[in-house]
Design a protein around this ligand. Sequence first.
Ligand SMILES: NC(=O)c1ccc[n+]([C@@H]2O[C@H](COP(=O)([O-])OP(=O)(O)OC[C@H]3O[C@@H](n4cnc5c(N)ncnc54)[C@H](OP(=O)(O)O)[C@@H]3O)[C@@H](O)[C@H]2O)c1
Length: 293
Amino acid sequence: MDGMSQKTNHGTNHDAARTLLITGCSSGIGRVCALGMQARGWRVFATARREEDLGALRQEGLEALYLDYAEPDSIAACIEEVAQRTGGKLFALFNNGAYGQLGAVEDLSREVLRAQFEANVFGWHDLTVRALKLMRANGAGRIVQNSSVLGLVAMKWRGAYNASKFAIEGLSDTLRLELRGSGIHVSIIEPGPIHSKFVDNALKHFQANIDIEHSLYRQMYERRLARLRGEGKPNPFKLGPEAVLKKLIHALESPRPKVRYHVTFPTHLMATLRRVLPWRALDAVLNKASDDN
Ligand SMILES: NC(=O)c1ccc[n+]([C@@H]2O[C@H](COP(=O)([O-])OP(=O)(O)OC[C@H]3O[C@@H](n4cnc5c(N)ncnc54)[C@H](OP(=O)(O)O)[C@@H]3O)[C@@H](O)[C@H]2O)c1
């Protein structure tokens, strides 16, 4: 905390050490976290992709910027704008924007898998590296990665998303080791089921990118589609996005942020089972969980 203060577009004075960039703020976790951190006095740069979403964020008093992880130019332009508006004093980055590509591994085309990685992995890496340049110059910073319980264990029909979150876990663990002693901390949040537009968005990508009709798994997909459309039983473990905000606050404001934050009962359970069960026994649990969820 260097005690410097900055004047924002809205005329508010902010402590430069409480400046935060959050991606994927059009809905769900990103939106709630952007508003929640703003309410705690943080200067929040919130990204979205559609003009109407950017407008809605500005209405809430946030500094809204366009960013699509699949467009490297938009990442460069966004960080440039943040650097310019803050005089380089970006303290924290919350990588959050992502989507889930459903579909059996056998049904994923190379292009569909690549698109999942462009959004969920390569874009996160690109933005992180650019943000780190500012943080290194300041000698302090926080990087928080919104991973998932599916960054800890695998489930059927979620191979692309699983692989993207496993990749984020690996990159983040390595980065944390490399940043030791730099004053920059890396934390990983691992939510289980959270109320947001995630399922609706996953449904759209599933229908657009998987050849359901000609798949070996057609019948299972049809059952899954019915469930995604909300025709199944509700998930009793689903929490609101505020559960993630609570962990984000700790990761950003604690003098000793944790390496990992588990959110929801399923994440706590899976993290424990992964440690204690033999692989075959874990497979049996995950097979059943994949069919039930
Ligand atoms: N909900 C859950 O159960 C759950 C569980 C574990 C982890 N997570 C993680 O939580 C994070 C937020 O998801 P959510 O639950 O809040 O879902 P959400 O409501 O669907 O929000 C996802 C956000 O990511 C943005 N996004 C998607 N593709 C992007 C791209 N290429 N570039 C930039 N932004 C992009 C979306 O923007 P558009 O509106 O423009 O598409 C949206 O703002 C994700 O990283 C997700 O993996 C969610």
